[in-house]
Design a binder for this molecule. Sequence first.
Ligand code: ADP
Ligand code: MG
Length: 567
Amino acid sequence: TAQIETHEFQAEARQLLQLMVHSIYSNKDIFLRELISNASDALDKLRLESFRDKSLDVDIDDLHIDLEVDRVARTLTIRDNGIGMSRDEVVGLIGTIAKSGTGELIKKLREAKNADGAAAGELIGQFGVGFYSAFMVADTVTLLTRKAGQTEVTRWSSDGSGTYTVETVTDEPDFGVGTAVTLKLKPEDAEDQLHDYTSESVLREIVRRYSDFVTWPIRLRTEKTKDGKTTHEWETINSRKALWARPKDEVSEEEYREFYKHISHDWLDPLRTISVKVEGTFEYQALLFLPSRAPMDLYYRDAKRGVQLYVKRVFIMDNCEALIPDYLRFVKGVVDAADLSLNVSREILQQDRHIQLMRRRLVKKVLGAVKEMMTDDRVRYDTFWREFGRVVKEGLVEDPDNRKAILDIASFASTHSADDLTTLRDYLDRAKDGQEHIYYLTGASRSVVENSPHMEAFRAKGLEVLILTDPIDEFWVEQVGEYEGKKFTSIAKGQVDLDTGDEESDSEEKVDESSFDKLREWLKTTLSDHVKEVRLSNRLTTSPACLVGDTHDIPPALVKMYQQAGQ
Ligand code: ADP
Ligand code: MG
């Protein structure tokens, strides 16, 4: 007869379990993600092992993960036909926690628990405790397993208190290779419609949310009653479309579009698809999309932003801000990293060096894709810039390392054309020889800027002026300073030399400036509350006078923004 052994959990494992059983974790649904991810790993391992060890007699053509519910007994079973575990492995792997940082977690959990049970829950969620998360929803957990290549079947069972039992079983002669984890669900969850894990719709929803792109089929045993007859069938409930993991040329445009719509909830097609695959010590794949229209909440401070993060096809989080800077917050997509813990928290992501490298690479890819679009599909580029240019320009301030790259893909209204925007490259190509400046004027709208008296001399001399009308323009243009060695120069500030090298226009008669001294003095006294200084100028052609800011004055649009912000 089978010998049942009772073991104690290793000390840390026991402490952790206890804290978990008694914590209120707001997101206990993740237990299913954890168990499915273990099953998926086990299938990956079996497939790999069968390639390596040809003598291993296993069938890898029908690998899957099954979910089966018994409503009467209130059990949920997660069954895989993967690599399985030997008896020793069960004791070693399930009875202990080998994860680094466990001690630290327990300490933090204790502190948090004294203050607030929910905070403890959040910590558990962040650390992730894999298999043990089953105890958040189950009174007892039973695991039955058979390792590939072996005949012995092992049963492990625990109620999450200090001990567990293991036995080698003989009552399951037909148990195939793989592992079945059966949860005796807590009775209280039966009352909670959203967390009744015997409900088909609840299971479907959790799988869709957390495990849709697991590459193995996740099948649910469904029950249908027709004409008084009940039938069962296995229905695959995940889409398995890990498009990013498939070679680019094997995925159709149509599939990319559908996927984009699925993750973005947009009903328009994306403007551009960017697929990234990086191999080496820190492997990842990304599938990013530029939408064709700015979302309503692009400028809301609390808007959701960022891409989805997966670790080896297992969904980890939505709106992962750490992977995409704020000024590219409209980018949608998925990043799948091979070497991250399933349980990375947002805090850890913000500090992780690999994540920072990844982010830099993704930024380059996005900016590169826009640049490509500029040359190979100008119409799309124009749409892009119209929808997102204002946001991208924030990057000129936010991300100094990429200033040049951002200016390269930027375009601006200018006096050169009433309809078309110009790139800085084109501006410089049109500039006269010897022009050391990129002239610009900021203002609330194109017509305000065009009708500014500051424009007169520039118009008269045929000098092109950029018309900058976005509030953000005031910020970056000051900070960025130059493009390809040419200085951004406001035509509304200080003394602008009209340095065109264009000699003939300097042949105007010289006036005797001192003859205006009396008029200047009078104007200065009369307007003393409003102006600092009154100067003679050669920049006006038809207007008699204009207001000029000091080179270091706060630009008017900024003054307005500060006022609006209540400062
Ligand atoms: P992690 O998955 O992070 O290693 P878990 O607590 O989820 O931590 O699982 C612990 C270990 O138990 C796994 O690493 C694996 O070796 C083993 N294990 C868990 N579930 C299964 C399974 N379904 N099939 C085979 N091995 C499993
Ligand atoms: Mg796991």
